[in-house]
Design a protein around this ligand. Structure first.
Ligand SMILES: Nc1nc2c(ncn2[C@@H]2O[C@H](COP(=O)(O)OP(=O)(O)OP(=O)(O)O)[C@@H](O)[C@H]2O)c(=O)[nH]1
Ligand SMILES: [Mg+2]
Length: 230
């Protein structure tokens, strides 16, 4: 024990002990400040679907999703971003959709058939033709374009007046949150006239999303969860 005593009080011993104490203090500070973030389950941070297991099975639940909204609101980019991986599709902006695209996407535990329709005025009258056995209507809004909010509202109202759309859950994507001055999800809901009376008539959720070509994506995991469960 004498050697231990002399080591502790030696210069090397003092260095070692202060080194251990500093590391422990740094660890405690890290835990205190980053505890909340690291406590999140990994899946909540999986905006690029890179941590999900690529299950593909006939037994998985299948969901049929219709994606509509004004031209330029970001529907095709949104659907492209449902693919797995950071680099999967982002090279250049999508071309305006002429008619429709349909994609089958299997993410984690759900198989989706996703119909992405053209949003230009002359295509909107055909949206109702795609309403068959739908699980969710996704309505994409360009939150950065407040000048088109009234048009977005009128277009949604017209579509939801179609009898075939009744009772189908609605997911509002308040897109382009990365753009300065964009409206929040609540502001988009207010602009679309979605209030408590509206919510009494059908299930509605809103997710704030940003999917710029170059830059961080946000809201895709939450959108995916809503599309799976609404
Ligand atoms: N900054 C930013 N740009 C976006 C975002 N989402 C889409 N865009 C851009 O918005 C433009 C229109 O996107 P599209 O996905 O083609 O829009 P769309 O709704 O499919 O349009 P139509 O096919 O004409 O109905 C493209 O230049 C996209 O790169 C976003 O979250 N942030
Ligand atoms: Mg498109």
């Amino acid at each position: 024990m004498a050697w231990l005593n002399s080591f502790i009080f030696s210069r090397q011993g003092a260095f070692l002990i202060s080194g251990i104490a500093t590391t422990a203090a740094a660890y405690l500070i890290y835990k205190a400040f980053f505890k909340k973030e690291s406590a999140l389950p990994d899946e909540e941070l999986d905006e690029y679907f890179e941590k999900t297991s690529p299950l593909k099975s006939e037994d998985l639940p299948k969901r049929r999703i219709l994606v509509v909204g004004l031209d330029g609101s970001g529907k095709t980019q949104f659907v492209n971003c449902l693919s797995r991986g950071r680099q999967s599709n982002i090279t250049s902006p999508p071309k305006p959709t002429q008619g429709f695209h349909v994609k089958s996407i299997c993410l984690s535990s759900t198989n989706f058939d996703i119909w992405d329709l053209g949003g230009a005025p002359h295509f909107r009258a055909y949206w109702k033709e795609f309403v068959k056995n739908l699980d969710v209507i996704v309505y994409v809004v360009d939150s950065a374009n407040r000048y088109r909010m009234q048009e977005a509202k009128d277009t949604l109202d017209t579509f939801l007046k179609e009898e075939c759309t009744q009772d189908i859950p609605l997911l509002i994507i308040a897109n382009k949150q990365d753009v300065d001055g964009s409206l929040s999800g609540d502001q988009v809901l207010a602009g679309l006239g979605i209030d408590s009376a509206f919510k009494a008539t059908r299930k509605v959720k809103c997710v704030e999303v940003q999917i710029p070509l170059y830059g961080d994506r946000k809201g895709m995991w939450e959108a995916y969860k809503q599309m799976s469960s609404l």
